[in-house]
Design a protein around this ligand. Sequence first.
Ligand SMILES: C[S@@+](CC[C@H](N)C(=O)[O-])C[C@H]1O[C@@H](n2cnc3c(N)ncnc32)[C@H](O)[C@@H]1O
Length: 202
Amino acid sequence: MSNLLQTMNNYYSPGKNYRVDSWIEEWTQHTYPTNLKEKLIAYDNKNLLGHVVLDLGCGPKPLSFNLSEPKRAILVDVVPMIKSLKSEHFEVVSLWSDIDELLKSDEYKFLDDYGPIDTVIASSIFNYVDWKKLLSEQSKIQAFDGYLFIANMTNRGVPRLFSKKRPISTDEIIYELLSCGYELKEKTNMNVVDLIVAQKVY
Ligand SMILES: C[S@@+](CC[C@H](N)C(=O)[O-])C[C@H]1O[C@@H](n2cnc3c(N)ncnc32)[C@H](O)[C@@H]1O
């Protein structure tokens, strides 16, 4: 078990939800609202987001739950409570895992079973994982024309959990996106956070 998963297990104990709550407060204290929700809804209203959404590092309130009609939301997070997240509107697949561990194992291929992923959401997760590897792997299972939404702020978040492989800048993320077959559609800054919208083009 990875150190991060061990840390999360220590925070979590069944029947004592306050421990999970305190973890959520930790994220809240160190992070900022991104307005990514509004951006996602704007694309959704134009029917651009397809049917299968992968929500990486979704947290306890997945942004994908705001979308109107995905048939499947695939949630990935190390927080144990994602196992019990449900939506009335669509099928939820919860993958409770440390993303770095997932990338090392064959389990990532599990996502192939859900067909091409139409939309990927990576909100405030890149600082905590081997983001280049994550981007490279998810680009292989994302549908052509599918959209990728990234919210990130370099060196902001919960420093003690930062990955040594976190991005050094938003420009670095954009450079990597382009080399993984994406086209940059939008780059904006909202409340300190850089928002990137990209589309898979090859
Ligand atoms: C700042 S929160 C963002 C939550 C959500 N995406 C949002 O924007 O509201 C970061 C999330 O990444 C998750 N996370 C951090 N490191 C992770 C890892 N190595 N593997 C999987 N999830 C991780 C945390 O558990 C947390 O839910």
